[in-house]
Design a protein around this ligand. Structure first.
Ligand SMILES: *[C@@H]1O[C@H](CO)[C@@H](O)[C@H](O)[C@H]1NC(C)=O
Ligand SMILES: *[C@@H]1O[C@H](CO)[C@@H](O)[C@H](O)[C@H]1NC(C)=O
Ligand SMILES: *[C@@H]1O[C@H](CO)[C@@H](O)[C@H](O)[C@H]1NC(C)=O
Length: 724
C-alpha cells in the first residue's frame, strides 16, 4: 500500500516536473522562475506607438544600459484594428518588430494585451467602432463585448505565436496581462463584474501561451493569474495567494501632463526609496511606468485634456535623452539589487527593529549569501543605526543596500549622478508662412446633415475628427425690442465638452473650454443679432475620448443643450429642439490641407495678406532639417490651440494657450509623494514644445502645416534643437 502510494507520488512529481520544464516560465511565492532560474525582475514601460521605429533600438539599448531585464508594453487595439477586421501592424504599430528588437537586445517582455489599457490613450485603447456594436457594454459580463475582446486577444496571441515570441518558443515574452486595473470597476458594478473577471482569466489561460498571466489592480485575480499592484508605493501589497510572486506592475516615475496643469516631477530619491522598500518587503518584479513616456502623436491622447507630451518625468525623456539624475540613480540602484539577487531569491527577509522608524531587512540564504537593507522611514531626521555592531548613517526617507550585509553600496537618498537640464535652442531662423482662413459652414450648405434637436458629438463624428459644427438659423422679427434698445439677447449654450467656439453671423463671438476635472462647459454671452435670419454656428471640439471610469464608453461630448436665447419679446426662446444642421470636421480637413496635394486646392495668402491672429486658420511653410542628431521640436509658445503636421504626419494637438494652474513650490524628496507634490511650469503654457521625430524629415523641403483654432501669432513659431 505504502509502496503504491509512493509510486503514485513519483508519477505525480514526474508529470509535474515535465510540466514545469515545458512551461519555461513559472512562479511561486518568492519569484518568477525562468528556465529554472529564480529572478528579481526589473522592468520598464516603453509604449511602441509613442515613439518611432527609428527611435526603438536606442531606447531599448538605453533601457538595457539602465539595468532593466524586461520591457513592458501595452498592446494598442485602436492602433491595430482601426475598423473591424482591418488590421494595421505597420510603422509605429509594428509590434512584432518592436518585440524582436527587445529580444535582440537580450531583454524580456511583459506584454499587456488588455485589451483595455487606460494609458491616457484615446478611449483607453478601444477602437471607437466598438462602442457602436449593437448591444455592447464595455468591460462587463456582456456577450458582444466578450466576443470582441476574445477575438482581439486571440488575434494578438496567435500573431505572437506565429512569430515565436513567447518564451517557451525561444521568444522574449515571459508574461502577459489580461484586462487592466479592473478591480475598482468590479467593486462598483458587482456580480456581472465578478463573472466577467472569471471569464477573462479563463479565456486568457485557455490561450496556452506557456507564460503566466497577470491581472493588475485586481485583488481577486483567479488562479493561476497573478494579481499585482500599481501606484507610487506598493511595499505593503500582499498577493491573493501565498504561491504568487509579489508584483509591482506600475511604479509611477512621475505623472502625465494635462492641458491646464503643471508638469509633475517625481524626485529620483523618492522613486529609488519606493523600489528598495518594495524589494526588501518580498518584492520580486517591478516595472517603471513609464521608463520612456514618449509622445501622444496625432489624436491619440485621451480625453480628457491629456497633453501631447507623455514625458511622465520618466528616466528617458520624451525625446529619448537621459533624464538625469533619475536615469543614473536608478541604474546604480539596479546594480545594487542585482548584487543582492542570490540572497533575495533564496529566502524571505528577517526584519530587525533598529529604532523608532528604522528597520533592517536581512536576507540570509542557506548557501551563505547575505544581503541587508537598512531603512529610515523618518521623513525629517538623519539617523545613526547600529547593525551587527557597526554604525550606519541613514539620511531621512532612505534605504541603504548592503549586498554582503556589511558594505553599503547604495543609499536611495545619495545621488551620485549629476543632473542635466533640458535646453531648447532655436535653429533655422524665421519661417516664411502662408495662410488660409477656413470657412464657417452654414445650415444651407449641401454637405450638411439636418436633424431635429441636438446630437451627441461622437455618435455623429465617430471620432473621425475633433470637430463637429452645430448650425442653426435664428429668425429675428423686425419688431424685437432689443433692435431699438441695443440690449442684445443672451445666448447660452450648454455642452458636455470639451471645447467650443461660437460664431454668430460668421464672426467668432467667444471660446470656452472645460478641464480634466470637469469637461462640461457653458457659453453665455450677449450676441449681436439683426432683423431677419441669423446664422448660429457652434464649433464643438473634442480633445480625445475618455479612457477611464465605469462605463466610460457612455460619456458624451458635444452640445447637448439646452441652447437658449434670452431677452426677446417672447422672453426666452429655446433653440434646443429646433432643426440643427451638422457638419463633421473642418473644410480644410476634408480638403486635406495638411498634405501637399490637398493644400494645392485652395489659394493661400502671404506677405502683407498673411492672416493675422485669425481664428480657424491654416498656415503652411517648408523648412530644411537642422544639422546634427539632436532631437527636434517646434516652439508653439505664440499659438492658441489646434494641430500640427509635418510631411503629412500629425505631431499632435497643440494647446499652449492653456496655461498651467497649480502650485510649484519647492520640493523636498522626503515624505510621501503624490502627483501634485512636486511640479514645475506653473503660469506657463502646459505644453510649449512639440516633438518632431527626425525620421519624419527629409534633408530639405519639409512641409509644415499648422491648424490654429484660436488666433495665435504664427510668426512666433520656431524650430528648436533639444539638448541636455
Ligand atoms: C522551453 O520549452 C520548450 C517546449 O515548450 C522546449 O522545446 C525548450 O527546449 C525549453 N527551453 C529550455 C531552455 O528549457
Ligand atoms: C514576506 O513573505 C513572508 C513569507 O510568506 C511573510 O511571512 C511576510 O509577512 C512577508 N512580508 C511582507 C512585508 O509582505
Ligand atoms: C446615434 O445616431 C443614431 C443614428 O445614426 C441614432 O439612431 C441614435 O439614437 C444616436 N444615439 C445617440 C445616443 O445619440
Amino acid at each position: 500500500m505504502l509502496r503504491i502510494k509512493n509510486l503514485l507520488l513519483i508519477i505525480v512529481l514526474v508529470s509535474f516536473v515535465s510540466c514545469t520544464v515545458r512551461a519555461n516560465v513559472s512562479y511561486d511565492g518568492r519569484s518568477f522562475i525562468i528556465n529554472g532560474q529564480r529572478k528579481i525582475l526589473i522592468s520598464g514601460s516603453i509604449h511602441y506607438p509613442r515613439s518611432t521605429p527609428e527611435m526603438w533600438p536606442d531606447l531599448i539599448q538605453k533601457a538595457k544600459d539602465g539595468g532593466l531585464d524586461v520591457i513592458q508594453t501595452y498592446v494598442f487595439w485602436n492602433v491595430h484594428e482601426p475598423s473591424p477586421g482591418n488590421y494595421n501592424f505597420e510603422g509605429r504599430g509594428d509590434i512584432v518588430k518592436f518585440l524582436k528588437l527587445v529580444k535582440a537586445a537580450g531583454l524580456y517582455v511583459h506584454l499587456r494585451i488588455g485589451p483595455y489599457i487606460c494609458a491616457e490613450w484615446n478611449f483607453g485603447g478601444f477602437p471607437v467602432w466598438l462602442k457602436y456594436v449593437p448591444g455592447i457594454e464595455f468591460r462587463t459580463d456582456n456577450g458582444p463585448f466578450k466576443a470582441a475582446m476574445q477575438g482581439f486577444v486571440t488575434k494578438i496571441v496567435n500573431l505572437m505565436k506565429s512569430e515565436n515570441l513567447f518564451e517557451p518558443q525561444g521568444g522574449p515574452i515571459i508574461m502577459s496581462q489580461i484586462e487592466n486595473e479592473y478591480g475598482p470597476v468590479e467593486w462598483e458594478i458587482g456580480a456581472p463584474g465578478k463573472a466577467y473577471t472569471k471569464w477573462a482569466a479563463q479565456m486568457a489561460v485557455a490561450q496556452t501561451t506557456g507564460v503566466p498571466w497577470v491581472m493588475c489592480k485586481q485583488q481577486d485575480a483567479p488562479d493561476p493569474t497573478i494579481d499585482a499592484c500599481n501606484g507610487f508605493y506598493c511595499e505593503g501589497y500582499v498577493p491573493n495567494k501565498p504561491y504568487k510572486p509579489k508584483m509591482f506592475t506600475e511604479i509611477w516615475t512621475g505623472w502625465y501632463t494635462q492641458y491646464g496643469g503643471p508638469t509633475p516631477i517625481r524626485p529620483a530619491e523618492d522613486l529609488a526609496f519606493a523600489v528598495a522598500r518594495f524589494i526588501h518587503n518580498n518584492g520580486s518584479f517591478f516595472n517603471y511606468y513609464m521608463y520612456h513616456g514618449g509622445t501622444n502623436f496625432g489624436r491619440s491622447a485621451s480625453g480628457l485634456f491629456v497633453a501631447t507630451s507623455y514625458d511622465y518625468d520618466a528616466p528617458i525623456d520624451e525625446y529619448g535623452l537621459l533624464n538625469e539624475p533619475k536615469y543614473g540613480h536608478l541604474r546604480d540602484l539596479h546594480k545594487a539589487i542585482k548584487q543582492c539577487e542570490p540572497a533575495l531569491v533564496s529566502t524571505y527577509p528577517t526584519v530587525i527593529w533598529l529604532g523608532k522608524n528604522q528597520e533592517a531587512h536581512v536576507f540570509k540564504s542557506k548557501s551563505g549569501a547575505c544581503a541587508a537593507f537598512l531603512s529610515n522611514y523618518d521623513p525629517t531626521y538623519q539617523v545613526r543605526v547600529s547593525f551587527q555592531n557597526l554604525p550606519y548613517d541613514l539620511p531621512p526617507w532612505s534605504i541603504s543596500i548592503l549586498p554582503d550585509c556589511k558594505t553599503v553600496v547604495y543609499n536611495t537618498a545619495k545621488v551620485n549622478t549629476p543632473s542635466t537640464q533640458a535646453k531648447m535652442t532655436p535653429v533655422g531662423g524665421q519661417l516664411s508662412w502662408q495662410s488660409y482662413i477656413d470657412e464657417t459652414p452654414s445650415a444651407d450648405d449641401r454637405d450638411t446633415l439636418a436633424m431635429n434637436g441636438l446630437w451627441e458629438q461622437i455618435n455623429v463624428t465617430r471620432d473621425s475628427s475633433d470637430y463637429l459644427w452645430y448650425l442653426t438659423d435664428v429668425n429675428i422679427a423686425s419688431n424685437e425690442g432689443f433692435l431699438k434698445s441695443g440690449q442684445y439677447p443672451l445666448l447660452t449654450v450648454m455642452s458636455a465638452g470639451h471645447a467650443l467656439h461660437v460664431f454668430v453671423n460668421g464672426q467668432l463671438s467667444g471660446t470656452v473650454y472645460g478641464s480634466l476635472d470637469n469637461p462640461r462647459l457653458t457659453y453665455s454671452s450677449n450676441v449681436k443679432l439683426w432683423a431677419g435670419v441669423n446664422k448660429i454656428a457652434l464649433l464643438s471640439v473634442a480633445v480625445g475620448l475618455a479612457n477611464v471610469g465605469v462605463h466610460f464608453e457612455t460619456w458624451n461630448a458635444g452640445v447637448l443643450g439646452p441652447v437658449t436665447l434670452k431677452g426677446l419679446n417672447e422672453g426666452t426662446r429655446d433653440l434646443t429642439k429646433q432643426t440643427w444642421s451638422y457638419k463633421v470636421g473642418l473644410k480644410g480637413e476634408s480638403r486635406g490641407l495638411n498634405t501637399i496635394t490637398g493644400s494645392a486646392s485652395v489659394e493661400w495668402a502671404q506677405g502683407s495678406l498673411l492672416a493675422k491672429k485669425q481664428p480657424l486658420t491654416w498656415y503652411k511653410t517648408t523648412f530644411s532639417t537642422p544639422q546634427g542628431n539632436d532631437p527636434i521640436a517646434i516652439d508653439m509658445g505664440s499659438m492658441g490651440k489646434g494641430e500640427v503636421w509635418v510631411n503629412g504626419q500629425s505631431i499632435g494637438r497643440h494647446w499652449p494657450a492653456y496655461i498651467a494652474k497649480g502650485s510649484c513650490s519647492k520640493c523636498n524628496y522626503a515624505g510621501t509623494y503624490s502627483e501634485t507634490k512636486c511640479q514645475s511650469n506653473c503660469g506657463q503654457p502646459s505644453q510649449r514644445w512639440y516633438h518632431i521625430p527626425r525620421s519624419w524629415l527629409n534633408p530639405s523641403g519639409n512641409f509644415l502645416v499648422v491648424l490654429e483654432e484660436g488666433g495665435g501669432d504664427v510668426n512666433g513659431i520656431s524650430l528648436v534643437r533639444r539638448t541636455r
